[in-house]
Design a protein around this ligand. Structure first.
Ligand SMILES: *[C@@H]1O[C@H](CO)[C@@H](O)[C@H](O)[C@H]1NC(C)=O
Length: 570
């Protein structure tokens, strides 16, 4: 008699126990634009600390911060001159301690941005290198120039920077060129030097010791370059693509500067460092890796054989592969990609925006903000939200005169810079309808506030029943149900404009329907198994006339233009 009862109990609690990072929502803060506490027009650490309760209100369990480290700001903090120090305009180490303490009190994990590919041309390391200090000279990637037929010195080869023009910069002090895959102020670090490898592991340890819960790893697929010893000691040209503009990053195919095998191994080594900490206290530190790469290459960051890597190789499909003009079929295809290629025992992750990409309201449409949040938050796996996507912020207009992003400035094109500039998605966070959207009391903020802040702000939306903010909060809550934490997934393009997916676990059964067009349709959701009869509206986008609790029929759902719904099978 004992056995069956035991089995019953075992079954009732049979669902897999999930670790903190497997169910939480990660919220990306761009510190420069989140909240300014001292009125200089630039966001800072004390500003973040003062608003951590807001993250709690959203239901967020972890936040990753774009770089807060000492930097001359040629690439707004992604050019780090001291990996062990806080940038003055963001605050002090003590402020960072206060942020960590407050976050701990609220049970919000803090993730820092680890930028391993490059340092800064204004760092002690680089300055020492220029003085001929051998240790630091070997921290960077140096190469002799070549003399052309006119006797002029030219860069070593045809490698191009992500931010345009040659990836090589000459330094008279040493008579050589250094490699910078990003801006001139970001000299690449030399990972074939074991001292650099150890130094960067120490950077990881330094911040883990302070209590951070892990790292978002920047531009990881650029980490290694090909071993030049395989090419007679000189870095080879990369093959041409057919692009005619020699200054354009697309001019060459980056087979020697991106996605090198050694890169994955380094990620596994960093995971070992994180896991040493876990071994001592049982708490999992996470790594989220940024690589715009094919799905096959992206999956390599998870690990290989018995080596473990990143828990979250960012899935950029909703950023790179589709937008508001995409068909429902293309949306389904983009979503299926990561799910198809990922190892069966790993989790997917979903992200629709970040500090490098046009905002969801601009790239999809303002009407699709809630629908995209439904997709990001309710698909199987980890969700990541870029600050402001929960209130439907739009790309800001930043004039050529006000443009500061090197990606925009380096176009030298006062008309078309907009396509390259990342300033529009970095405009100040919109807290209220007050001056500077409540971001700062300064007369001028580092970037102007975007349009629409009078309504696209936290305060107004908090007090409006049907608002993006309140939809977002409902979705975060809903995400905690077993159908979403543990449930299975199935999706379909009901026609070329309406995408739907089902999540279910035991008796719980939900369908999410998103109409990507402005036309109205009648769709039949009985395509899905066990979806019949009455369905109850659990969440609807703010344009939807269907309030929470409305009953609709599974076999003939009238879906309005740009409507998105979460429906529960009764
Ligand atoms: C560092 O690089 C930037 C360009 O990114 C340049 O403007 C600056 O003058 C350089 N600093 C030094 C000390 O070479």
């Amino acid at each position: 008699m004992l056995l069956p009862i035991f089995c019953l109990l075992a079954q009732a609690s049979a669902q897999k126990q999930l670790d903190w990072w497997e169910t939480t929502v990660f919220y990306q803060i761009y510190p420069r634009s989140f909240k300014d506490s001292n009125g200089d027009g630039i966001g800072d650490l004390n500003g973040i600390t003062s608003q951590l309760e807001y993250l709690k209100e959203l239901g967020i369990g972890a936040t990753w911060l774009s770089p807060i480290f000492k930097s001359p700001m040629y690439d707004f903090g992604y050019d780090i001159s001291d990996f062990y120090a806080i940038q003055d305009e963001y605050g002090t180490m003590e402020d960072f301690g206060n942020l960590l303490a407050k976050a701990k009190e609220l049970d919000i994990k803090i993730i820092l941005d680890f930028v391993p590919n490059h340092g800064s041309n204004e760092s002690v390391w680089f300055e020492e290198a220029l003085k001929g200090h051998e240790k630091y000279y070997d921290y960077f990637m140096w190469e002799d120039g070549v003399v052309d037929e006119n006797g002029n010195l030219q860069p070593p080869n045809n490698w191009v920077s992500v931010f345009r023009k040659s990836a090589w910069e000459y330094r008279e002090e040493v008579g050589k060129y250094y490699l910078h895959q990003f801006v001139i102020g970001q000299p690449d670090l030399n990972y074939r030097n074991p001292v650099v490898v150890e130094e960067m592991k120490n950077v990881i340890r330094f911040w883990l010791d302070k209590g951070v819960a892990g790292f978002r790893v920047d531009a990881i697929n650029h980490l290694f370059e090909v071993d030049k010893e395989l090419f007679g000691g000189k870095y080879p040209d990369e093959p041409r693509t057919g692009d005619e503009d020699p200054d354009s990053y697309g001019y060459v195919d980056h087979i020697y500067t991106r996605d090198q095998d050694e890169t994955y191994d380094m990620v596994y080594q960093w995971r070992d460092v994180l896991d040493e900490y876990k071994a001592s206290d049982g708490f999992t530190r996470v790594m989220m890796t940024e690589a715009y790469a094919s799905p096959q290459l992206t999956m390599r960051y998870f690990g290989e054989g018995d080596r473990l890597g990143s828990q979250m190789p960012f899935n950029f499909a909703l950023i790179s592969n589709v937008n508001g003009k995409s068909s429902a079929n293309e949306i389904k295809y983009a979503i299926d990609q990561f799910l198809t290629f990922k190892p069966v025992d790993k989790l997917a992750n979903w992200v629709a925006g970040n500090h490098d990409q046009s905002r969801v309201a601009s790239r999809y449409s303002p009407e699709l903000v809630d629908g995209m949040n439904m997709i990001v938050l309710l698909l199987p796996g980890i969700a990541v939200t870029y600050m402001g996507e929960e209130i439907g912020m739009v790309d800001g207009f930043v004039s050529w005169e006000d443009t500061v992003d090197p990606s925009g400035c380096n176009t030298d094109d006062p008309i078309n810079y907009v396509q390259s500039s990342r300033d529009p998605e970095r405009t100040p966070f919109q807290w209220s309808a007050d001056k500077n959207a409540g971001f700062s009391t300064a007369d001028k903020t580092w970037l102007p506030v975007a349009d629409g802040y009078e309504t696209l702000n936290v305060e107004v939306q908090r007090n409006t029943d049907r608002s993006h903010l309140n939809v977002y909060k409902s979705l975060v809550q809903l995400r905690g149900e077993l159908a979403f934490t543990h449930g299975r997934y199935e999706s379909v393009a009901l026609n070329s404009d309406v995408f739907a997916f089902r999540r279910w676990y035991n008796g719980e059964n939900y369908v999410v329907v998103v109409n990507f067009r402005e036309e109205q349709f009648t769709v039949d959701l009985t395509y899905f198994e066990n979806v019949v009869g009455d369905l109850e509206v659990t969440v609807s986008n703010i344009q939807s006339p269907k309030a929470k609790g409305t009953i609709v029929q599974a076999d003939r759902l009238e879906i309005f233009g740009s409507e998105s719904l979460v429906l529960k099978v009764k």
